[in-house]
Design a protein around this ligand. Sequence first.
Ligand code: GDG
Length: 457
Amino acid sequence: MPRLVVVSNRVAVPDVTGKGTAGGLAVALREAFQGYQGLWFGWSGRVAAQPSPLPRIVDKEDVQYVLLDLTPLDRREYYNGFANRALWPTMHYRVGLSDFSRADYTGYLRVNRTFAVALAKLVLPNDLVWVHDYHLIPLAAELRPLGLANLIGYFHHIPWPAPEVLGTLPGSTDLLRAIMDFNIVGVQTERDADNLRRALIQELSAASQKLNVLGAHGKSTCVKSFPIGIDVSDFQEVAARARPNRIVSQTIVGLGSRKLIIGVDRLDYSKGIRERMEAYERFLVSNPDERGHVTYLQIAPTSRSEVPEYETLSRAVNETLGRINGSLGEPGWVPIQYVTSTYPRSLLAALYRLARVALVTPMREGMNLVAKEYVASQDPLDPGVLILSKFAGAAQQLTGALIVNPNDKFEVAEAIREALRMGHEERVARWRTMIGPLRDRDVSWWAAAFLKELATQ
Ligand code: GDG
């Protein structure tokens, strides 16, 4: 069995309970390590004026966690700069928000090189190397000149945009060249795979060699979709376990006979939180009889607060929230409850199960795990309704959801009304069409499918 080396921007070292952080990637990668001796390499999350060139190593069970610190300049240019202010918006089709700076791009390449130099010393000839996400697109291109001939795969968690959109970003042709140094590139959906293949053909004159494999400049890479899944049975179990919890009990009492609508998203402009609040406002204005009979809870943990666009977003969301609650609320009823803390996974699962409707309406999104977690957490005998943006990768699989265009407030408002009024039989029928495929393509399937394909390149 070869060793598995995972590389990602941040590394989730398990805490004393052995569980690690709660995020989707941490869970997914824990699954990937099943059955492998592993090494997980990346940024520690710490910043130091003069970081040690030698990584910090933590051994936990079969996985060795290898952590590098960054300098304040690295964090500014590589992480907050090129990755999150240029690549992230462009890949989410927000070209107007993309702020390219040559200094940031140079910093992005520099950190990828620093990672490659430290990693190359640790990789053994038969190791499988699996790189994650847009922070590390040039990593294989930096590793190859250091002599690494290993199989190296890349999984892109966010959308791969149409070539015309990616082409607006300076440096994007270099990124496409760098992509060719991976043996396999995994994306979330067929649409992403098609966009990437077209970009390689248009920009690098790549030619098709065999199914899904393109060749250019003497290199070849396989581009394929692997929709990421969740740990379905874990969510089902946790959601069904009626553990006494203060917040859940408080929510149940607070709701009384009201129906709960839930949204859970990192505070990010790609998630469409403000647009969603406005659609809910439209729903309340058009359906005055529903006022006081429904509560919308939005959980939106703050993220990337050092990036100016996120601060602007936070202000805009607060303003919209205040306006809606002020104009439509009544003594004893707040239309939108909004919290920016992070809650334990078990609490999220319980809240998903309590909610009659989930609003998952990103403007553009690679997959969206929240949509899948909501479906998995439902009571099979009395499931809720998922309202899902057509621009989330998850919409390709969760066809039993009410699929909406998040740019159309009237359409989303109408879907809210339909979801709240949907009869028991239709709710069960829709849920059943979704839970089977979710189970078949869970997170273990995702990791195993990618690694199998990588190992056979
Ligand atoms: C990227 C892509 C793709 C959220 N709040 C809390 C909490 N969460 C968890 C959710 C979910 C995860 O974080 C978020 O995953 P998403 O998929 O919804 O979105 P991104 O973070 O943007 O992830 C995305 C994903 O990568 C995987 O490939 O699906 O498209 O953008 O698991 O439950 N978890 C806890 N408390 C919270 O308050 N414990």
